[in-house]
Structure formats: structure tokens, C-alpha cells
Design a protein. Structure first.
Length: 248
């Protein structure tokens, strides 16, 4: 019985780490964002191997659901799948509750940033960040495997947990192409290689607008389903607020 209790406790601790931890992607798609030789694009800057920043006159756009509320989730089930499989922040095991349940994240804060070194580009970097809704009176979190897996663990068999990576923030480099008779554009790419969405198409669609504009409407499709709509507003800082925490 003690072994069973310790096993459950271990899973609860693991669930808390999964729900509250964060990790950015080091494998963010095949699109190449042009920066000076020896640097890579990150959070609005071209950054050298030694961490030095090269100013590039980058352009960025921001949208969120918790301050100006410039975005709306249009498919709760689709967004749940995005949080679960593309970001890996919730519903990771057979049974999840509290902060490990995607319901907490669906009612929480979410923001999206689109960035590029300049307006004449064929690729953009998309950043997705999420934060669960937390009660001021306290919270809990659990994520446990199935009864069969627990029974196997008591018999000495290893329990295989969800191998998909947690990506919060999730950063993806996406290829840009013009659409709607050159009135708009679309950024598209696949999920992070180390997540369950590494073969799932993610599309950011702008029916009318260009990177030179101050704002434009967008919609985001995941696996062919529109999950979010909103308005991108031009950022007034190079990092588009990514250095600040998300949420309320």
C-alpha cells in the first residue's frame, strides 16, 4: 500500500511540474528567417552565438484575450487539442484535474505574437503563450495514468508517461505566402518536432492586410479547423512584450 501511495504522490508532483513549467522550442520548423550571417532570429532580434543582439528594425504584431481582448477562441474543442498536443501543457495522462486539466487553460490567458526582421520576408516567427486560470483561494493539480498502468506499476512494470514535450511558449518559424489576389497572406507550418503535433498543420490566415499595416484581422487554423480569430496590432517594442509575463 505504501508503494501505491508513493507512486500516486510521484505522479501528482510530476503533474504540477508539467502544468506550471515552461519550455521554448529548439526545433521550430523548417522556415528560415533571414538575419545577418552568424545570427538567428529570436523574440524580435537577430542574436549572435555569444548572445549579442543585432538591431534589425524588426516588425511585430500582438494579440491576446486578457487585456484588450483582441482575440476570441472559436472552437473550444479545437483549442483544447492545440493546448494538449501542440503546447503539451494539459491533459497529458489518462486522468487530469486542476491545473493539469485543459479546462483551466481554456479559461485562462492566451497571447500570440507574429515577428519578422523586416516587412519584406517569406517567413515569420509565431509565438504562442498560455497561462491557466488560477483561483486566488488556492489550486491543485493531478495527472495520473490509467488503472491498468497503475496495476502494472505495482507489479514492477514501468509506466510509460506522455513523451510529448511541453512548449510554453511555443515558437514556430512559418513560411509566408500571399493570398486573396495579393490582398492578404498566410503563414503556415507544422508543430514542434518533439510534440504530438509535429505532423499537424498550423495556419495563420490574414484575408486582407500586410506587414506594413498597423493592424489587421486574422484567424488561426489547427488541423484544418479554425480555433481562434482576432486582430493583430503592431507592437511598440521589438520583443512585443515577450520579456514580460503573460496574463492577469
Amino acid at each position: 500500500m505504501k508503494k501505491f501511495i508513493f507512486l500516486i504522490a510521484g505522479f501528482l508532483v510530476s503533474a504540477f511540474v508539467v502544468a506550471c513549467g515552461s519550455g521554448s522550442s529548439d526545433n521550430n520548423g523548417g522556415a528560415v528567417i533571414q538575419c545577418p550571417a552568424g545570427t538567428t532570429f529570436q523574440n524580435g532580434y537577430c542574436v549572435g552565438a555569444n548572445g549579442g543582439v543585432v538591431q534589425t528594425g524588426s516588425v511585430g504584431f500582438y494579440s491576446e484575450n486578457w487585456y484588450n481582448r483582441s482575440m476570441t477562441v472559436t472552437s473550444g474543442s479545437g483549442m483544447r487539442e492545440f493546448l494538449k498536443n501542440a503546447m503539451g501543457v494539459c491533459d497529458r495522462e489518462h486522468a487530469s484535474g486542476g491545473l493539469a486539466d485543459c479546462s483551466s487553460w481554456l479559461s485562462g490567458a492566451f497571447d500570440i505574437v507574429m515577428q519578422s526582421p523586416n516587412t519584406q520576408t517569406n517567413a515569420v516567427q509565431m509565438t504562442f503563450r498560455a497561462k491557466p486560470k488560477v483561483s486566488p483561494y488556492g489550486y491543485y493539480s493531478y495527472s495520473i495514468p490509467s488503472g491498468g498502468q497503475l496495476a502494472g506499476a505495482l507489479l514492477g512494470f514501468p509506466v510509460v508517461t506522455n513523451p510529448s514535450a511541453v512548449r510554453n511558449p511555443l515558437q514556430l518559424n512559418m513560411t509566408v505566402s500571399v493570398t486573396n489576389n495579393y490582398q492578404g497572406f498566410e503563414a503556415r507550418g507544422y508543430g514542434d518536432f518533439y510534440t504530438n503535433s509535429n505532423r499537424s498543420l498550423i495556419q495563420v490566415q490574414i484575408a486582407k492586410g500586410k506587414l506594413e499595416d498597423s493592424r489587421f484581422d486574422y484567424r488561426i487554423a489547427y488541423r484544418g479547423e479554425i480555433i481562434v480569430t482576432g486582430t493583430f496590432v503592431r507592437c511598440n517594442t521589438a520583443d512585443c512584450g515577450l520579456s514580460a509575463p503573460i496574463g492577469y
